[in-house]
Design a protein around this ligand. Structure first.
Ligand code: ATP
Ligand code: MG
Length: 349
């Protein structure tokens, strides 16, 4: 997967801006606030059909303008996303795409950013959102099951709040939930199993240690026990007036050498575990889609010492396209050939 170019209109601080990328390594430099992360964000918006910085799409539209447009060209196709206050429209090669699932993940990018560390302390729903976004990009069954499940869950919660509830409808909803719940649990489980096969190895290469990393998936049920669990939770659901069972309660946590990371690891170790997690994710995407995702490193290298920078750059898949942002080229330790992209404030006026 290669991004050839990106064109931004009224996206964040850009009025009209176009960039061409090198197929291998790109380094975007510029002062704080100049719009480096905004470029990576635009690529992620095309990849995930949502931002990693805001849940409100309107934030992406340049202030005092009405609409925003991102056009991303790969070697073969053009992807366009147009946003206004009423919503977004998606196009591939100028054909309108109505179903998000037919657009999401076609361009697949994975971003590494300092804020990733929040994963360890944020809410379970944020942690679920992170894997939901990634799995939605690579599995039609996942995105369909998740969409179906969320809709059924909302219906079920509404129903549970009613005093004279329609028991037949409730049982219909419960039955319809079984299949999507099983798919969600199964795909999440397979995902964590695959990640666990690689993450320790990657962490060891990155950190030059022998530590073992493991992600523990706290699932709501075994796949073959879903019907039983739905049945068992009925009284509790009625008591609390919401669905007490389901993958909307799933969570996961990380272990390093069998200790829970939050209470044991140093800040630097946590950072490395996350980078290892992201690289294991890149491997997983590659395995499933047979394409290497675009790797976006936002301000990641400047936090590492020169040896760690080199180890990280050595881990990049050889066939990957990488885009790195940093304020200054001088504190980077890069030996490979790269394209330097400098963003100056006056370009955005
Ligand atoms: N909707 C918007 N309209 C206009 N400008 C915006 C909008 N959203 C964000 N900005 C501007 O974009 C800039 C931030 O850009 P970005 O986060 O990409 O900077 P950066 O180059 O990555 O900086 P740093 O080096 O600090 O990470 C800010 O100046 C902010 O005011
Ligand atoms: Mg930034």
């Amino acid at each position: 997967m290669l991004v050839k170019s990106i064109k931004l209109n009224n996206f964040r601080n850009y009025t009209n801006y176009q960039l061409e990328f090198d197929p291998h390594l790109n380094i975007i430099i510029g002062k704080n606030g100049v719009g480096k992360t905004n470029i990576l964000e635009a690529i992620i918006v095309i990849s995930n059909v949502k931002s990693f910085r805001t849940l409100n799409d309107v934030d992406l539209i340049k202030k005092q303008t009405e609409y925003s447009r991102i056009v991303l060209n790969t070697q073969s196709d053009e992807y366009k996303l147009v946003l206004n206050k009423n919503g977004k429209s998606l196009f591939i090669n100028n054909n309108s795409i109505k179903k998000t699932s037919e657009f999401i993940g076609k361009v697949n990018a994975v971003i590494f950013k300092p804020g990733d560390l929040e994963l360890f302390v944020t809410s379970p729903s944020d942690r679920r959102r992170i894997i939901d976004v990634e799995l939605s990009k690579i599995s039609d069954i996942y995105i369909d099951s998740l969409t179906k499940y969320k809709k059924l869950l909302a219906d079920k919660n509404n129903l549970l709040k009613q005093t004279n509830k329609d028991e037949i409808l409730l049982s219909l909803i419960n039955n319809s939930m079984v299949e999507p719940i099983k798919n969600i649990i199964r795909i999440r489980q397979e995902f964590f199993e695959e990640i666990n096969k690689n993450i320790s190895n990657i962490y060891q290469l990155l950190s030059n240690t022998n530590s073992k990393i493991e992600i523990i998936y706290k699932k709501c049920s075994e796949v073959d026990k879903v019907e039983e669990e739905i049945e068992r939770s009925k009284d509790k659901d009625n008591y609390y007036q919401y669905a007490t069972f389901g993958p909307h309660h799933d969570d996961y946590y990380f272990k390093i050498d069998n200790f829970e990371i939050n209470t044991y690891a140093s800040q630097g170790q946590k950072r490395m575990v996350l980078i290892a997690f992201k690289f294991a994710l890149v491997e997983y995407i590659k395995q499933i889609t047979k394409k290497t995702p675009i790797i976006l490193l936002d301000d990641i290298l400047s936090e590492l010492d020169k040896n760690n920078q080199l180890r990280l750059l050595n881990i990049l898949p050889k066939d990957s396209q990488t885009i790195i942002t940093n304020t200054d080229i001088n504190n980077l330790n890069i030996v490979d050939k790269y394209k330097l992209i400098e963003i100056k404030e006056e370009q955005n006026a």
